[in-house]
Design a binder for this molecule. Structure first.
Ligand code: FAD
Length: 423
């Protein structure tokens, strides 16, 4: 059902917090079993971080194929109501009868009227960093979150928009879709059970001061590499060095950048080895005379993903180097020097490359931004690894995992939610 203030009954069986792949899987499974579901998503679009990936390991297919299928199921399913730009601000009651207050933040664009024609953005004089592309390019203050956004509707960033002082977008819109006076609203819904699927954010690479992120332009992170390779990314899919726009012929991938480190993320983020192997294939496919070095402590490729590791390691221009990276420095010619220590032999190596990709780990969104749910117990790292009647977690909110695993967790959480709703 359309994203707007829900009409009709505000009674739902299940409330899903987080519209990423785990939350959407939970919502679809429950609704297709006949239950009424609300999905609350804080961003202006559904799909979560997966929407920002270029391809999926191990098959290397585009994530959008899978997401499109989910969106089609949502479009045709009156049992799901989703709210974007929405946040849970209060939860009271008990399993079987929760009262949930949800704040709907203003989009300033009417979802019914906007046709995504883009005339508004053409006249907007203000720019902002494009968070979808991790700040590697800009959008206007009124913007479409990305080319394949669901819902495909514009939104205004009110932290930079000049609102009524400017209002050029209002004049440009033939559909009367923009309302600069829109305000936040709070609605109350009822739910019998709650699924928490709030996902993750990339660990802040600027905290890794030995690895040069934010100091050297050509040190980027793995999530930025996904956007560089993506056809709808800041370079329209061309992998280039940020400093000079040149194709990098040599790229070092630094594993465990912050992960398995007591000073940063003490746990393994589970997917980073596979993500770097996948990104090495992006490089090799696009720049045939390129070479990738993957600096690792241990390679983690659980279960059948070992096949992907075997396949990738057959390319002699993807070189696996056993070594913990101690430092990244800039060479006089503007290249980067990766200084590593072999963890078995103690040998030190210096490798000159044209670009460095830090394989930063996944940190739960809940680490910093807590939900107002008393029963929600988090572990020391912020993961919702717990069981409480009526409240269930799914996806990376529970712990680092790949997409196939979080889809299963979403399905499991839906089943638990249904058990409460059936009582
Ligand atoms: C570099 C990289 C590459 C990867 N590549 C692959 C790959 O090729 N194959 C693979 O299987 N996996 C891959 N992964 C892992 C994959 O991204 C995750 O498994 C997936 O994103 C988990 O989905 P999720 O729904 O749990 O979380 P998310 O994708 O983070 O979705 C959570 C959603 O909840 C929303 N949210 C958060 N807090 C709130 C709140 N308080 N209120 C409302 N909404 C909220 C967020 O805005 C988001 O939309 C990769 C990860 C990285 C870091």
């Amino acid at each position: 059902m359309r994203d707007s203030i829900p009409s009709g009954s505000l009674n739902g069986n299940i409330l899903v917090i987080g519209g990423g792949i785990a939350g959407l899987s939970a919502a679809l499974e429950a609704s297709e079993a006949g239950y009424d579901v609300f999905v609350v998503e804080k961003k202006p679009y559904l799909g979560g971080r997966v929407a920002q990936l270029y391809r999926y390991f191990p098959k290397l297919c585009p994530p959008y194929c899978g997401l499109e299928i989910l969106f089609r199921r949502i479009r045709t399913n009156p049992k799901i109501r989703y709210l974007t730009m929405a946040e849970v601000v209060d939860v009271s009651g008990e399993p079987g009868a929760f009262d949930v207050d949800i704040r709907l933040n203003p989009r300033y664009v009417d979802l019914e009227k906007c046709t995504a024609c883009g005339e508004c953005a053409k006249v907007c004089p203000v720019e902002r960093d494009n968070d979808f592309n991790y700040g590697m390019d800009k959008t206007k203050a009124i913007y479409l979150p990305h080319d394949l956004a669901f819902p495909m509707k514009y939104v205004i960033d009110d932290s930079v928009c000049k609102k009524l002082e400017c209002a050029k977008c209002v004049e440009a819109c033939d559909y009367d879709a923009i309302n600069l006076n829109m305000e936040a609203k709070t609605i109350r819904i009822k739910a019998e059970s709650i699924v928490v699927a709030t996902g993750w954010k990339p660990y802040d690479a600027a905290k890794l001061d030995n690895l040069g992120f934010g100091v050297y332009e050509n040190v980027i992170t793995n999530v930025m590499m996904e956007r560089l390779a993506a056809f709808n990314g800041p370079t329209k899919g061309k992998i280039v060095r940020p400093s000079d726009g040149k194709e990098p012929k040599t790229v070092a991938f630094v594993q465990c950048a912050g992960s398995r480190d007591e000073n940063h993320l003490p746990y393994c983020s589970a997917i980073c080895c596979l993500a770097s192997m996948k990104q090495a294939t992006y490089l090799r496919e696009q720049i045939p005379d390129s070479k990738a070095y993957i600096f690792y402590i241990d390679i983690r490729a659980p279960g059948r993903l070992e096949d992907f590791y075997t396949k990738v390691s057959q390319d002699e221009n993807i070189v696996f180097v056993k070594g913990k990276v101690a430092k990244v420095e800039e060479a006089e010619n503007g290249n980067l020097v990766v200084i590593a220590e072999n963890t078995l032999t103690g040998e030190k190596t210096r490798t000159e490359v044209e670009m460095v990709v830090l394989a930063t780990g996944m940190q739960p969104e809940l680490f910093e931004v807590k939900l107002p749910i008393e029963e929600l117990k988090l572990d020391d790292y912020g993961f919702a690894n717990f069981e409480s009647p009526g409240i269930y977690a799914a996806g990376v909110a529970m712990g680092p995992a790949d997409v196939a695993s979080v889809v299963e967790q979403g399905t499991a959480a839906a089943l638990k939610g249904i058990q409460i709703a059936k009582r």
